[in-house]
Design a protein around this ligand. Sequence first.
Ligand SMILES: *[C@@H]1O[C@H](CO)[C@@H](O)[C@H](O)[C@H]1NC(C)=O
Ligand SMILES: *[C@@H]1O[C@H](CO)[C@@H](O)[C@H](O)[C@H]1NC(C)=O
Length: 282
Amino acid sequence: MGGAKLFFTVCTSVLIVSLVGKTFSLENLSLTKAEKQKLDQFKDAVSKSNFPAEWMQQELTLVRYLRAREWDVRRAKSMLLETVTWWEENNMKDIHNEDWASIEKDYPLHTDGVDKLGQPVIVLTFSEWDLRQAAVQGGMNRVIRWFIKGFDDVHLKSFEYHKLGKTNGTQWNVISNMDKLSRQQHLCIQCLRFYTELALTFESRYPGAIDKIYVVNAPSIFQVILGLVNPILSKSTLNAMQVLGTNKEEWGRSIYSHFSKDQLPESLGGTRSYSTAWNEIS
Ligand SMILES: *[C@@H]1O[C@H](CO)[C@@H](O)[C@H](O)[C@H]1NC(C)=O
Ligand SMILES: *[C@@H]1O[C@H](CO)[C@@H](O)[C@H](O)[C@H]1NC(C)=O
């Protein structure tokens, strides 16, 4: 019994450490002894729960939820159970099978690229997203859901790539090109919900999952968006964010140190030429 327990403890510690190669480790996955105990308590506390998605019960997820709730097991547990409820209420299991044809052309978003560690990335030219039109036509919820689909897609990919040993990291990235961001299309009153809902969804459902967020060609009005999401985002998300101006040489230096050009679209100086359909390269 004692031996079995010791064996189990040793195994789980090794698992957490082996999730990332040491030198490439970005996400801090080492735990203190006290944190390891919290993790075990959390595992016990949710051992009888049914999770609708595999990733929700992974150790990595439990650690992220614990961190998001300052290692308070009770609060981490209610956070995770809220995610389960949210998942079911929003029929998240079908999100990737819905008909997105009418959205993907007007709100282009790509999730097929990876960074130099093999971690997936969401890339979008946000200036092409006419949020005002979505709001006026009653399609804002659909556009928000489309972005959440993007979150979920890279999230699943990050777990999958890791399981297959294709990556040294455990997180994912976002690159948003803000070139020609417009007050009218992106900052209309009904548009603002887009930013706050996405920030809330990310922090409450996918905490700790982002490695880097690059905001490229950010005009000064981007500050309005930043001001909106700033109180919602966690410190680690804010630390992950780099807001880069319109100087291509400058943003290029940051982006290309983290991504090979063959993983980036032409609009970001890369070599991927996309057709209008989801992730399709022409
Ligand atoms: C990583 O996490 C451990 C445990 O919480 C902590 O002791 C250590 O200082 C952290 N390392 C870094 C680089 O943040
Ligand atoms: C992961 O790290 C190893 C060395 O530790 C390296 O050889 C390999 O190319 C890396 N894989 C990726 C996808 O970065």
